[in-house]
Design a protein around this ligand. Structure first.
Ligand SMILES: [Zn+2]
Length: 280
């Protein structure tokens, strides 16, 4: 999959998302709505009040219209882009990164070297700083993809989760064991710091991080229960399981559901729960 996002099937006009955020982070919504990207990709501009430096998270897909709009919004605030960070390498987040680096002269930092422009990498435990005292902490949160990162903005009690937690619906999983561990870590941080906002890669800002993450954890457990039941009922292929478990979900996103079911079957395999005649 080159596109990312959630199994939701609904798109809205993005009302309330563009321009939303926290004291230090503001969303510039990209014009790429779809069943998989919800309202479109959220590009986040982060800056310490009074500083002229801005960090941009996920420039978004290819297309100069959106990239120019991000640059103009930064310049209109009297700032300049000093660093670009990627939550992960999916095209709808990173496709415009090279062009954005050309427009701004700012380096692009990502976990996956293939998506970097410049010398600096990015990974678990890094603290990205910008003039004015801005600090962004980096947490490795594999699961949606191997290269998924979450960025913590402690000054605002906020988490920039990329596609690990979305503003609406649920996300596509590549590796469920990793994903559940990632959610546990984000929940721990949110609980410990009394976090106030999730700034997702798609969809609206969420105001209760612990509850949102618990919803994701519960949702995954419920889906696993449903998949165990489908196996017990005799389903042996991914398509059979999707048709049963995702019967109430728009068929347009069944291909994404197949991807998630495959990840869940792999997880059950790791746990020793998979019948030997299941075809992955
Ligand atoms: Zn993605």
């Amino acid at each position: 999959m080159t596109d990312s996002g959630g199994i939701d099937g609904s798109a809205s006009d993005g009302t309330g998302i563009d321009g939303s955020g926290t004291e230090r982070a503001r969303c510039v919504l990209a014009p790429n709505p779809s069943p998989m990207t919800l309202d479109g990709t959220n590009t986040w501009v982060i800056s310490e009040p009074g500083s002229d430096a801005a960090v941009v998270v996920d420039p978004g897909p290819e297309g100069d219209g959106h990239l120019h709009r991000v640059v103009k919004s930064v310049e209109a605030a009297g700032k300049r882009v000093t660093t670009v960070l990627l939550t992960h390498g999916h095209d709808d987040h990173s496709g415009g990164a090279r062009r954005f680096a050309e427009l701004t002269g700012a380096p692009v930092r990502a976990l996956d070297p293939a998506h970097r422009f410049g010398d600096e990498g990015l990974g678990e435990g890094d603290v990205v700083t910008a003039p004015g005292g801005l600090e962004i902490e980096v947490v490795g949160t594999p699961g949606h993809t191997d290269d998924s990162l979450t960025f913590l903005l402690p000054a605002d009690g906020a988490l920039l989760t990329g596609d690990t937690v979305l503003g609406r619906g649920t996300t596509v999983i590549d590796n469920l064991g990793n994903y559940l561990r990632s959610l546990d870590r984000l929940r721990d941080w949110s609980d410990r710091t009394a976090a106030r906002r999730i700034l997702p890669g798609h969809g609206p800002v969420l105001t209760d991080p612990v509850t949102a993450i618990d919803f994701y954890i519960d949702h995954r457990r419920e889906r696993l229960t449903e998949i165990r039941a489908a196996l017990a009922a005799g389903d042996r292929t991914i398509k059979e399981i999707v048709a049963r478990v995702y019967a109430d979900v728009d068929r347009k996103v069944w291909f994404a559901a197949e991807y998630s079911v495959r990840a869940q079957l792999a997880y059950l395999g790791e746990e020793g729960e998979l019948p030997p005649d299941v075809r992955l």
